[in-house]
Write a protein that binds this ligand. Structure first.
Ligand code: UDP
Length: 329
C-alpha cells in the first residue's frame, strides 16, 4: 500500500485518479483550494486539505508530513480561452505555483512526481496522430504553463533525481462507471456535457463552433478519452518511474467530430439535440488525435472504455442523476 498526495484531487480528472488509487488499496490525501473542485468529489477514506498552493506554509507542512510515495499534480487553471485573455495570471498560477510545489517536493525528499500535462502543447501539429516526437508549440498560455512545468521537472530530475511522468491528455470525458463521480465544471465549456444538457432539455441548444474545417463533415475532430482510462494510465506511468522519468501522449488514438459526438448523444439518450451552427472558436485546431503507442508499449496500458457511446453513456448517467452537479443532486 502506498501513500499519495494529490493536488487538485477534488477536480474532474484528479478525483477519478484518487478513486483509482483508493480502489487499488492506497492511502490518499487531497490538497485542493476548492475553487473549482468539490468536497463531494473527495470520497472517503481519502482526506482533504483545503488550501491553496500559494499558501507555502500549509504546503510545506503537508509535504513534511510524509513520507509520500509520490505526488500527483492536477491543481491548475485549465481554460484555454481564458488563458488567452489573462496570460500572466495563467503563467503565474500554473507555472509559478507548480514550480513552488516541485521545489517543496525536492526539499522534502519526494522521489516521484506525476504531472497532468496537455495536448495544448501541440498548437500546430504537423502529423496526426500526434506522437511524442511532434514539435512543441503551445497553443495558448495555458499550454505554455504546462510546458514550463515539464521543463522544471526535467531539471528536477537532472539536478535532484526527482523522477517524473508528464502525461499529455487529449479530451478527458465520461464519468466513473459505477456513478460515484462525474464531471462538474462551473462554467461548463466542454462539448460532451454541454451536448448532454441540450439533450436533457437543460440547455436550449448546442452551438457547433465552425463547419468549414478541413475534416470530412467540416467540424473539429478530437480524441475523447474516458476519465477512468486516464486514471489507470497514471498508475501505469507511476510504475514506469521505478526505472526513469517518462513523458507520454494520452488518448485513444481515434478521432470524433463535433457532429459525431452530437449524433452519439442522440443515439445513447434517445433524445434529439437542438443544434445551432456558430462561428469558429478562436484557437481551435481542426484535428487533435493522440498517438499513444509509446504509453501502450512501455507500460502495457490499454483503454477499457474507448467506445464513444460508452463514454457518453457514463457521462449521461451521472449528469441525469446530478442535475445541478455535485452541490444539488
Ligand atoms: N465545441 C463546440 N461547441 C461547444 C463546445 C465545444 O462546437 O459548445 C467544440 C470545440 O470547438 C472543439 C470540440 O467541441 O472543437 C471540443 O471542445 P472542448 O471544449 O470540449 O475541448 P477542447 O478540444 O477545446 O479541449
Amino acid at each position: 500500500m502506498g501513500r499519495y498526495l494529490v493536488t487538485g484531487g477534488a477536480g474532474y480528472v484528479g478525483s477519478h485518479l484518487v478513486l483509482a488509487l483508493l480502489d487499488a488499496g492506497h492511502q490518499v490525501t487531497v490538497y485542493d483550494n476548492l475553487r473549482q473542485g468539490h468536497t463531494q468529489a473527495v470520497l472517503p477514506p481519502a482526506t482533504l486539505i483545503q488550501a491553496d498552493l500559494a499558501d507555502r506554509i500549509t504546503l510545506d507542512c503537508t509535504l513534511a508530513d510524509g513520507p509520500w510515495d509520490a505526488v500527483f499534480h492536477f491543481a491548475a487553471l485549465s481554460l484555454v480561452g481564458e488563458s488567452m485573455q489573462r496570460p500572466f495570471f495563467y503563467l503565474a498560477e500554473n507555472a509559478g505555483l507548480g514550480i513552488g510545489l516541485i521545489d517543496s517536493c525536492v526539499r522534502h525528499g519526494v522521489s516521484k512526481f506525476v504531472l497532468s500535462s496537455t495536448a495544448n502543447l501541440f498548437g500546430n501539429p504537423q502529423r496526426i496522430p500526434i506522437d511524442e516526437a511532434e514539435h512543441i508549440e503551445p497553443g495558448s498560455p495555458y499550454g505554455e504553463s504546462k510546458l514550463m512545468l515539464e521543463r522544471a521537472l526535467f531539471w528536477a530530475d537532472r539536478i535532484h533525481g526527482l523522477r517524473s511522468a508528464c502525461l499529455r491528455y487529449f479530451n478527458a470525458a465520461g464519468a466513473d462507471s459505477q456513478g460515484r463521480l462525474g464531471e462538474d465544471h462551473n462554467p461548463e465549456t466542454h462539448l460532451i456535457p454541454l451536448v448532454i444538457d441540450a439533450a436533457l432539455g437543460r440547455r436550449q441548444e448546442i452551438a457547433v463552433f465552425g463547419q468549414d474545417y478541413p475534416t470530412p463533415d467540416g467540424t473539429c475532430i478530437r480524441d475523447y478519452i474516458h476519465v477512468a482510462d486516464l486514471a489507470q494510465a497514471h498508475l501505469r506511468a507511476l510504475d514506469a518511474l521505478d526505472h526513469r522519468s517518462v513523458t507520454y501522449n494520452l488518448g485513444n488514438g481515434a478521432g470524433h467530430s463535433v457532429m459525431d459526438v452530437i449524433r452519439t448523444v442522440e443515439q445513447v439518450s434517445g433524445r434529439a439535440v437542438p443544434v445551432r451552427m456558430a462561428d469558429r472558436r478562436a484557437g481551435d485546431p481542426a484535428v487533435l488525435v493522440a498517438g499513444s503507442d509509446l504509453l501502450r508499449r512501455e507500460t502495457g496500458w490499454a483503454p477499457r472504455f474507448d467506445a464513444l457511446p460508452t463514454i457518453v453513456a457514463h457521462a449521461l448517467a451521472w449528469r441525469e442523476a446530478h442535475a445541478g452537479g455535485y452541490e444539488k443532486k
